[in-house]
Design a protein around this ligand. Sequence first.
Ligand code: PLP
Length: 389
Amino acid sequence: MKQLSFITELFTESVIREMTRICDSKDGLNLSQGFPDFDSPPDIKEAACSAIRMNLNQYPVTFGEPELRNAISKKALWYNKMSVDPEKEITVTCGATEAMIATLKAIINQGDEVIIFEPFYENYGADTILSGAKPRYVTLRPPNWDFDHDELTKAFNNKTKAIIINTPNNPTGKVFSTNDLEKIVELCLKWDVIAVTDEIYEHIIYDSIQHLSIASFPEMRNRTVTINSISKTYSVTGWRIGWAIAAEDISARIRKVHDFLTVGAPTPFQHAAVSALNFPKDYYDSLTEKYTELRDQLFHILTNNGFKSYLPQGAYYILADYSNLQRIMQSESDFDFSVKLLEKTGVASVPGSSFFSSGSDSGLIRFAFCKKKETIDKVEMLFQNKLLT
Ligand code: PLP
C-alpha cells in the first residue's frame, strides 16, 4: 500500500481526550477534560428542544443562520467593543475547534510560519501542521506566565503569517494584558501578520481582571480572526457551535473552507445559541462567581496536598507542579504521574507535556474545575491521606 498521509505522523492524538478514556476505563473522577458535569442552563435546553419541534432540522445557511450571526454581532459590540457586519464578517462553525482549523486552512500557504505561545492548547500545534505551516513557539514563563518581549520579537520574520493568541489561556490561566497585546500589535503591523485569537474563555475571568480583544485595537480590525464558541460560557460543549469573526476578504475564504469541511453547524443548536447570547448580564456575573469559588476550592485542596499550583486569572484549569510528590508516586514522567495519581486516588488529570511541543516531561499536570462543588469536595476526600503520607 502507498504511504498514508505523512503529515499526520507529525502530531499525536489528543492526550486530553486520551486521559478521559483512561479515566472512564478506571471509573475515575474526570478532572482532565474541560467539560462541565453540571446541568446546562434550562432556558437554552428548552430553546434547543423547541427548535427541533419547530422542524428546524435541515441544513442551516452554510456560514450560519442569520439570527445567530445577528446575535453574535450584537454581543461582540457589547462585550468585545468590536463592530462586526453579520452579513459578511461572521462564519458559524462546528465549535471553536473547526473555526481554528478552517481559519488556518484559509490563510496559510505552504512554508508559512505560525507563532504559538507555549504551553498551548494542544489543537493549535496539530492545526498548524495540518494547514501546512511551521509552528514557532514563544515561552510563557511561570509564575505569571509572562513572555519575554525579545523572544517574541525574534520569533517574527518574513515567513510569519499568523500568531495564535488564547486569552484567557488554556492551560495556564493567563489573561493577556493591554501591554502584552500592544507588543503583539506592534509586531503584527511591522511584519504584516494576522492575529488569530481564541477567546472561548472570555467570560471565565477572575479578580475583576478585564478581558481585552485584540481585534478592538483599530489597527488590528482587518488583520484579526476572533474565534469563540458557546461551549464554555454556556456549558454546552457537546452542541458544537462556534464562530470566526474576520474582515470580509478573510471571512470569504474561511466560509469556503468551512463549507467543504462540514457544510454547517447543527441547525437547532444554532437557534438555541441565539437565546444563550441574549442572556442578561447577571448570567455572566454569576458564572464568574461560581467559577471563582471552584477555583479557590481546588487551589486550596491542591496546595494542602503537596502540589505547587499557579492560581489562574482566567479559564477553568489549574496547572500544578508535583515535584514534592514525585518521590512518593515514583513517577517517571508527567504522563506516568497522571496515571499513577488516577490509580492511587481515582482523580484524573492531564500531563503537562501535552501542552508543550517537545512532549517531554514537564513536571506539571493540569486539573479542570468546571465541575459541581460536590465533585471538587470529592477530590478532597479522594486525596485525603493518600498523597503526603
Ligand atoms: N479552544 C480552547 C482554548 C479550548 O480549551 C477548547 C476546549 O477545551 C476549545 C477551543 C474547543 O472549543 P469548542 O468546544 O468550541 O470546539
